[in-house]
Design a protein around this ligand. Structure first.
Ligand code: ZN
Length: 68
């Protein structure tokens, strides 16, 4: 895993993993993402936070292994 991949996070559908997503354009719908492939609705912000937390755990794991 390279540092480039760690910093370029791609949002994917939590249901089917597709990256074919439609995001709302209006201010009140900008957090609403629809998956084109399976029709799942999800929160963009929640998904970003989930990925950020996974990245944090991965980085903590890397640091712990390095310090062993
Ligand atoms: Zn999907």
């Amino acid at each position: 895993m390279s540092m480039t991949k760690l910093t370029t996070v791609e949002i994917k559908c939590p249901n089917c993993g597709s990256n074919q997503l439609i995001q709302g354009e209006a201010a009140e719908t900008v957090d609403q993402v629809t998956c084109v492939a399976c029709g799942t609705f999800f929160s963009y912000k929640a998904e970003v936070e989930k990925i950020a937390s996974e990245l944090r755990n991965t980085l903590v794991g890397i640091v712990r292994n390095t310090l062993k």
